[in-house]
Design a protein around this ligand. Structure first.
Ligand SMILES: NC(=O)c1ccc[n+]([C@@H]2O[C@H](COP(=O)([O-])OP(=O)(O)OC[C@H]3O[C@@H](n4cnc5c(N)ncnc54)[C@H](OP(=O)(O)O)[C@@H]3O)[C@@H](O)[C@H]2O)c1
Length: 258
């Protein structure tokens, strides 16, 4: 009986999750935990070989996975994804916007192209994918959108002009999406990770002094491990978070609390 209560709260059986940035890092990890919780996952990125590997891992664990190649800087790829993303398992009821870039350029070096690419992938794509998939969620009477914010949604770091602007935008986009769609039982929230070791943060973790500095800035005393995101991912995707929307939830070991 006790196990059944927990199962009912967090089970994602029968749910369909589309995850961008699924070829590596946070998006890859979130895809696998969503699949373990029962969701069928559609894995989106540009690198087919990596996506195939993630799909194989999911299938080996008894889950369902399909891949969709998309360069999210191209409008045509987004339009195609909105069509193709529904084909393997039906219209997604969970959208995870985890694709992201951070070029870490000093302000005076930022080009028109890199600024627009950062804003496009980190901020514009999450909106346009949500806009495209929300009608399907409305029809199902249930939806979950999880954006990936950042500590830079709240505070500045060096060489973070474009990235910080995009992640500040993600925080407000999350609130605006929640305001617009929550009455249709579509909850929209964002996870704001601290420092987690991925390709994106290689410049941080390849320098132990910088990595140790960031660990020391947390209340817990260490940087993030990808498994630290497991609970919040399943929680925000599941029935158990049905009255939580428009929130940006830090998973940063207390970095932004200090
Ligand atoms: N790691 C951290 O500490 C941290 C902290 C705060 C926030 N975040 C956020 O978490 C999210 C995931 O980042 P991560 O750390 O997991 O980085 P990552 O390992 O570098 O993953 C980035 C993902 O974005 C995809 N991507 C990049 N450009 C793309 C494009 N043009 N079209 C389609 N997909 C594209 C990549 O796939 P392909 O290259 O295969 O296309 C990859 O799957 C990002 O939004 C990031 O800002 C990360």
């Amino acid at each position: 009986m006790r196990n059944q209560v927990i199962q009912d709260l967090f089970c994602l059986d029968g749910r369909v999750a589309l995850v961008t940035g699924a070829s590596s890092g946070i998006g890859c990890h979130m895809s696998k935990i969503l699949a373990l919780a029962g969701a069928s996952v559609i894995l989106v990125a540009r690198r087919q070989e990596l996506l195939d590997g993630v799909a194989q891992d999911v299938i080996t664990e008894g889950g369902n996975a399909a891949t969709c190649l998309a360069d999210l800087t191209k409008l045509s790829a987004i339009d195609l994804l909105l069509e193709e993303g529904k084909k393997p398992f039906g219209s997604p009821d969970i959208l995870i916007n985890a694709a992201g870039v951070n070029f870490r350029e000093p302000a005076e070096k930022i080009s028109w192209e890199s600024w627009n690419k950062t804003l496009m992938i980190n901020l514009s794509v999450p909106f346009f994918l949500a806009q495209g998939f929300v009608p399907g969620m409305k029809k199902k009477g249930n939806g979950r959108i999880i954006n990936i914010a950042s500590m830079q949604s709240f505070r500045a770091f060096s060489n973070g002009m474009a990235y910080g602007a995009s992640k500040g935008g993600v925080a407000q986009l999350t609130r605006a999406m929640a305001e617009t769609w929550s009455a249709n039982d579509i909850c929209v929230n964002a996870i704001a990770p601290g420092f987690f070791p991925t390709d994106l943060t290689a410049p941080v973790f390849s320098d132990s002094q910088i990595a140790d500095h960031h660990a020391s800035m947390t209340a817990i005393g260490r940087n993030g491990r990808l498994e630290d995101l497991d609970g919040i991912t399943v929680f925000l995707a599941s029935h158990s978070s049905q009255y939580i929307t428009g929130q940006i939830i830090p998973v940063d070991g207390g970095y932004t609390a200090k």
